[in-house]
Design a protein around this ligand. Structure first.
Ligand code: F6P
Length: 357
């Protein structure tokens, strides 16, 4: 009797997804006899609509270094999962029915916070679910690191490195806006790695006057340029707390992003010419870093071991130097935020970095 393993990738893609898929598959074939792997297409959409393919062993060759996901992905907001839309589809009922139709013994779900909330819901509904923590934001509670984060960190750091030379040549301030709507781990680490002078995070609302003051202080010390690393979700203390209202207020004032607003303030009040750079989805593209290849392989192999032991309702994690697991029910929906007294914040402040607070 074969062990039928379903795999889906959900939410924003990132380098490392295929390395995890490869890790699970190769370890499962090694650990268990007669394994059948079912690739579910485009995340939860494929599970809802019953779109899948029976994978061949050869499908897992040559994908360790391949960015993106060979299965495709989609965003299916958790809050919509129990809502029956115009298509009159009961999504949870459809997912359970397709899980049964595919004759799955278990379902591996690779995704971030929202994906894990739906994974916990499916586990509560009786499906044998294992989560794998994916996101460049590194904001999954219970795991020190998620796959995708280190590759994005390398990309963002290289962007900041390159901005240093052009900023110094022109005596300009470069405002580099990095991904991270709700949490600032990527911006914090890339800011430290890239030697940014100012780092602005969603978790630490900032005072624009203090940002300007930090730029002016550097200018007075003879540094004609500054690098400002800002998370896309960062906000001024004075801005509306609700994201929609905040974005509307910025648009009203003529700014598409927080970075444009910061650049305008620095130009006007510090007299420093500014440029805004937004690497955007470059931070999610291309081949995984060596670190992420190793982490993804470790995560995949660990998940295959859980399948062999029939341990479900859990998500894989890295805690310290150990690959381990957490109960889905204990981590689902909990984001790991940057605490204002996080060690990395202290280190950055020791380097003289301003957080605008
Ligand atoms: O969740 C990861 C992430 O990259 C965020 O950092 C970013 O804000 C968002 O996804 C972008 O989403 P999309 O790829 O749907 O534009």
């Amino acid at each position: 009797m074969s062990t039928r393993i379903g795999i889906l990738t959900s939410g924003g893609d990132c380098p490392g997804l295929n390395a995890v898929i490869r890790g699970v598959a190769k370890a499962a074939y090694e650990l268990m006899d007669d394994v059948e792997i079912i690739g579910i297409i485009d995340g939860y959409r494929g599970l809802i609509e019953g779109e899948y393919k029976v994978m061949k062993q050869s499908d897992f060759s040559g994908i360790l270094t391949l960015g993106g996901t060979i299965l495709g992905t989609s965003r299916q907001p958790f809050k919509q999962m129990r809502v029956i839309g115009e298509d009159n589809v009961d999504k949870v009922k459809a997912m359970k029915a397709n899980y049964k139709k595919m004759k799955l013994d278990c379902l591996l779900i690779l995704g971030g916070n929202g994906t894990h909330k739906t994974a916990a819901l499916l586990a509560d509904e009786g499906l044998n679910v294992i989560g794998l923590p994916k996101t460049i934001d590194n904001d999954l509670y219970g795991s020190d690191v998620t796959f995708g984060f280190h590759t994005a960190l390398d990309i963002a750091t290289e962007a900041i490195d390159r901005l240093h030379t052009t900023a110094a040549s022109h005596g300009r301030c470069m405002v580099v806006e990095l991904m991270g709507n709700k949490t600032g781990w990527l911006t914090l680490y890339a800011g430290v790695a890239g030697g940014a002078d100012i780092i602005l995070l969603p978790e630490i609302p900032f005072d624009m006057d203090k940002v300007v003051k930090a730029v002016k202080k550097r200018a007075e010390s003879g540094k004609a340029f500054s690098i400002i690393a800002v998370a896309e979700g960062a906000a001024e203390k004075s801005e509306p707390k609700k994201r929609r209202e905040r974005l509307a207020a910025r648009a009203e004032a003529g700014y598409k992003t927080i970075s444009e607003k910061i650049a305008a303030a620095i130009t006007e009040k510090a007299g420093c010419e500014c440029r805004v750079v937004i690497p955007g989805h470059l931070q999610r593209g291309g081949a995984p870093s060596a670190y992420d290849r190793v982490l993804s392989t470790q995560f995949g192999a660990y998940a295959a071991g859980l399948i062999q032991k029939k341990q479900f309702g859990v998500t894989v994690a890295k805690v310290g130097n150990t690959i381990t697991q957490n109960k889905l029910s204990e981590i689902a929906g909990k984001a790991k935020m940057v605490s204002p007294d996080d060690q990395m914040i202290v280190v950055a402040k020791d380097m003289g970095v301003s957080f605008g607070d």
